[in-house]
Write a protein that binds this ligand. Structure first.
Ligand SMILES: [Zn+2]
Length: 433
């Protein structure tokens, strides 16, 4: 396995559009199957079975209903509902609205996508398209975790928004995203099953079994495109913000992930007699939204651990019970986390320049890429994703995402050359803290 290999841009685009073309007829087949199931339903028997039919319907679409339920109650702040004087990190409400609108324009997306900031503490963002927009607007939106607004410069943030808009509007297996169609068929088949087989193991089993096969089919259709889509969405981010800010964003996320994994690893080692779940909760509380340097984060986490240990000495009974409760897997988790940290040599690149200046310029990135290509085994980051078989992960490793963007920089620049300028996204990086 060549860990420096990146996919061919034309191939992954071609494969995705071929899959979409292949699945196109299913947009007709699924409604037809739904009609067939309705016709075959024993409506007379159903009258007395309505509550059971409802349960079967819930079972058939369980994962989606759960996701929809959770998303509806997720605590988020919608960008357009922020108060006018609200600032988060280096951004005012106006900055954020302008930036998000600018990215829409750059990518040629006409409809404004609902955008929210979540109180999650990890550096991440996501796009959710459950396709029930009319009923549950929160289910169709892009979500940016709050620390992103503290860590990323405007161009980098624009690349993240562009990436998520890529997921939302451009790069997807369309049929797999047709949620209403799927829920309709699953629900009707569930009712059909209960109407003939009754509220029995067979009735519910048939509903669940059909849903399982249905979802496995969708999963199999979408799976080969997961990682390629990440590359394409990275492209969308770079198309919106430029290749250099998009790569800087990738590097910052990698540095942060590396520092946090190391910190968690040290914490689990230092807190041997405290359950893993409690330690990770402690960690989440201790790290701030506004990321500070790794040493400061370590100080905060150490202080939290010290406090926890002191509290446990005072309440020895609680410590005792926690110990009893400690999951069988805890010891394993501690060991595994240690094994997960790759031990190879780090690549030579100017990490300090990134920390000091807040970004690398094109020459520094070019030097970094050369270093990666010269030394295929050198680690860009001490992260498991950099060395383990990529098939285990839905997202490609940071190093390959950087390489993909850099290798395709000319093509990416050409796609958006005629679109409005990016000056609106402001200076390349905020002052380092
Ligand atoms: Zn993505």
């Amino acid at each position: 396995m060549d860990i420096r290999a990146t996919p061919e841009r034309a191939n992954i685009r071609g494969a995705l559009s071929a899959k979409n073309k292949l699945l196109q007829p299913l947009f007709v087949v699924w409604p037809l199957l739904t009609v067939v199931a309705v016709t075959a339903t024993n409506w007379a028997a159903l009258a007395s079975l309505l509550p059971f039919a409802a349960i079967a319907v819930l079972i058939s679409g369980w994962p989606l209903y759960v996701a929809a339920f959770q998303a509806s109650f997720r605590k988020v702040r919608w960008l357009d509902e922020l108060s006018p004087d609200r600032r988060i990190g280096d951004y005012s409400r106006t900055d954020l609205l302008t930036l998000v609108q600018g990215v829409h324009q750059r990518l040629g997306v006409a409809t404004e996508t609902p955008t929210a900031i979540t109180p999650d503490k990890d550096l991440n963002a996501s796009a959710m398209i459950l396709g029930l927009a009319g009923f549950f607007p929160k289910l169709n939106a892009i979500y940016v975790h709050r620390p992103m607004l503290h860590v990323l410069a405007p161009g980098e943030l624009a690349s993240v928004v562009g990436h998520e808009l890529g997921h939302y509007h451009r790069y997807k297996v369309d049929f797999c995203r047709a949620t209403p169609l799927h829920l309709m068929l699953l629900g009707v088949v569930a009712v059909l099953a209960v109407s003939h087989l009754g509220p029995s193991v067979f009735g519910f089993g048939a509903a669940a079994g059909f849903a399982w096969i249905h979802n496995a089919f969708l999963g199999a259709m979408a799976a080969p495109h997961h990682r390629p889509i990440e590359y394409l969405c990275d492209e969308a981010g770079a198309e919106a913000a430029g290749v250099v800010p998009a790569i800087n964003c990738e590097l910052k996320m990698g540095l942060q992930a590396e520092a946090e994994l190391q910190l968690q690893h040290d914490l689990l080692k230092a807190g041997k007699d405290i359950p893993v779940a409690r330690l990770l909760a402690l960690y989440q509380e201790a790290i701030p939204f506004a990321r500070v340097d790794a040493d400061e984060m370590k100080r905060r986490v150490d202080a939290a651990l010290k406090q926890e240990k002191a509290a446990r000495r005072g309440l020895s009974l609680r410590g005792f019970f926690d110990h009893l409760r400690e999951g069988e897997g805890d010891g394993e988790v501690r060991e595994q986390l240690g094994d997960l940290l790759p031990k190879g040599a780090l690549l030579e690149w100017d990490r300090e320049a990134l920390k000091r200046n807040g970004h690398l310029d094109a020459d520094q990135i070019s030097a970094l890429v050369s270093a990666m290509e010269r030394d295929p085994n050198g680690l860009l980051f001490r992260l498991p994703t950099e060395v383990l078989d990529p098939r285990y992960f839905t997202h490609p490793p940071h190093s390959r995402r950087v390489l993909y963007l850099w290798r395709n920089r000319a093509a990416i620049a050409a796609t958006s050359a005629d679109r409005p300028d990016l000056a609106r996204f402001g200076p390349p990086a905020p002052q380092p803290r």
